[in-house]
Ligand binder design. Sequence first.
Ligand SMILES: [Fe+2]
Ligand SMILES: [Fe+2]
Length: 218
Amino acid sequence: MATNQDIINELRKSYAMELETVENYLANAIDLDGVRAEEIKKALLSDIEEELQHARKLGNRIKVLEGRLPGSLDLERTQRFLRPPKDSTDVIAVIKGAIRAEDEAIEQYKKLIKMCDPIDLVTQDLILEITAQEQAHRRQIYRVPLRVRTRRSQAAHRCSVTVTQPSWLFRQAGFPACSWPILSLLNESLQRRTGSLTSRCSLLAMRAKPCGAPADLR
Ligand SMILES: [Fe+2]
Ligand SMILES: [Fe+2]
């Protein structure tokens, strides 16, 4: 059967894991670049607050059990998989790393839950609560690529409207009908070079400034 000291040791390990997760989530939330990174950056920033709360609760429990809290030099570091990736636009690497961090936290807490039974039910209760929040984090992060994909498919749908019905776009933008064949060619060229949404914006920008070509065209 586990002793009080065993539980304190595992609580100290969990405390270090929480703080390391905060450090890496913060680093990735700041370091990632690109439009596709926005969803995961938001998810990481919102999780940081809760991970800090977990560390605080674990620290308080260690103290109640007459343990001592580790300083920064005594904290173990293991999350090589969650360092900011070499390519600062590599969103998938960060998502995979964050899911792994949550999985490892859940595993650590499952171990503690078993260890506390039946000798320390108060610590067990605390860990059960934290585990439920880690599972919610995991689900939130796991769904980020899905949300990005949904947004991209919505964007693709808007693009398909532009591609299949360019005259509709030109009419909406107020271009005269005589200019539609030229604009259509221009639109196709821009779609090949920059993507449909950009070209749509460019065409609207041209309408706003009919005397000058938008920067994209040069
Ligand atoms: Fe946590
Ligand atoms: Fe978490």
